[in-house]
Design a binder for this molecule. Structure first.
Ligand code: NAP
Length: 322
């Protein structure tokens, strides 16, 4: 029944017209009536994806407990969450009881730009493992974890080593699970936008490698829809598959600037990586090695959503924030 409803919703997403909002509202009402999983613990609610998840969960009628370490970073609209649980995921004692009365845990927790002195192993692996233990003890029905696209093939990178170690643990845990593997977020595309703003974008190779980055709102919809699916792994990218050069050109168009792109040969990228690995700590080279690696390969995931990067850049150029 739930599967049928989900397929019906997917076909609705493809159609347009005045009745679509009414039909979508009917979908959410039916899915919530039948769904046994209604109480969600969202870990990482203050992050880029987390904030979109709060809205999507609210729109689909879920009751959300936000697990955060700094409640002041939550959206001002308190309607979006039913309660707040303050915890530092690397400290198991702060998590005690956080999953009581919860049906599903969604964790988006991971290090992106945080500079807390913690490692990927501390947070992406051990922190999420602490939360999983708590979820199991409280009888949570399902655990959803946001990893990265191609993470299983990129285990040699520090970030993926930690994330995939947690994926292994989740798969072996016996709890129902879903691993979401998203492509790069629009929030990360602001790096290209910022270079364009400064006048020149630097790309590795000839700029022909392709990707389909995804907006947080589109990915949040994928995650919340997955609550009632039995899929154990979902790869997700945005609706447009573009070369890195095309993405850079869209940033220049949004800024109404003449495009200037410099192409850096891959041997320079490899040399920078070797130097960083040799002379800096994993906390420094970890994020750099991830971005330099994914920029040297096609990153294409199954297509979802409606948000386009050119429109995002135009909005971003007006408000200069995501
Ligand atoms: N950004 C991308 O392009 C991309 C692509 C694919 C996959 N992903 C993965 O998707 C997930 C979400 O990404 P995002 O861009 O939404 O990240 P984000 O904005 O940095 O959000 C991460 C969340 O994790 C929380 N967190 C980090 N360390 C914590 C700790 N020690 N204790 C408790 N909470 C902690 C952060 O809390 P604070 O707000 O307090 O820091 C924040 O709420 C991450 O795991 C990321 O690796 C990201």
């Amino acid at each position: 029944m739930l599967r049928f409803l989900f397929l019906w919703k997917c076909s609705l997403s493809a159609c347009t017209g005045i009745r679509k909002p009414l039909l979508l509202e009917a979908y959410y009402k039916i899915i919530n009536y039948f769904s046994a999983m209604k109480r969600v613990l969202l870990a990482g609610a203050t992050g880029y994806l987390g904030k979109y998840l709060l809205t999507e969960l609210y729109n689909q009628g879920y009751s959300t407990r936000a697990l955060v370490r700094n409640p002041a970073k939550l959206p001002l609209n308190e309607k979006l969450y039913s309660s707040v649980y303050k915890a530092e995921i690397t400290k198991p004692e702060t998590l005690r009881g956080c999953c009581e009365g919860i049906d599903i845990v969604i964790s988006t927790i991971g290090i992106t730009n945080q500079k807390d002195g913690l490692t990927y192993m501390d947070v992406d692996y051990q922190g999420n493992a602490n939360l999983l233990k708590e979820a199991k003890q409280s009888g949570v029905k399902k655990f959803m974890y946001v990893s990265v696209l191609n993470g299983e093939k990129l285990r040699h990178l520090k970030i993926c080593e930690a994330k995939e170690k947690f994926v292994d643990e989740l798969e072996a845990s016996g709890i129902e699970y879903c691993i979401v593997r998203p492509n790069g977020f629009f929030s990360d595309m602001t790096e290209i936008f910022t270079m364009a703003q400064k006048g020149r974008v630097y790309l590795f190779g000839n700029g022909n490698l392709k990707a389909n980055p995804i907006h947080g709102a589109d990915l949040a919809e994928v995650c919340v829809d997955a609550i009632n699916c039995t899929d154990e792994v979902i790869e997700a990218g945005g609706p447009e598959i573009l070369s890195q050069e095309e993405i850079a050109l869209k940033a220049f168009v949004a800024l109404e600037k003449k495009p200037k792109i410099t192409y850096i040969p891959h041997w320079i990228r490899k040399s920078i990586l070797i130097a960083l690995r040799t002379f800096s700590s994993s906390k420094t080279y970890g994020p750099v090695e991830f971005f330099m690696t994914v920029l040297s390969m096609d990153m294409i995931a199954p297509v979802y959503g409606k948000y386009k990067i050119g429109d995002f850049f135009k909005e971003f150029s007006k408000v200069n924030q995501y």
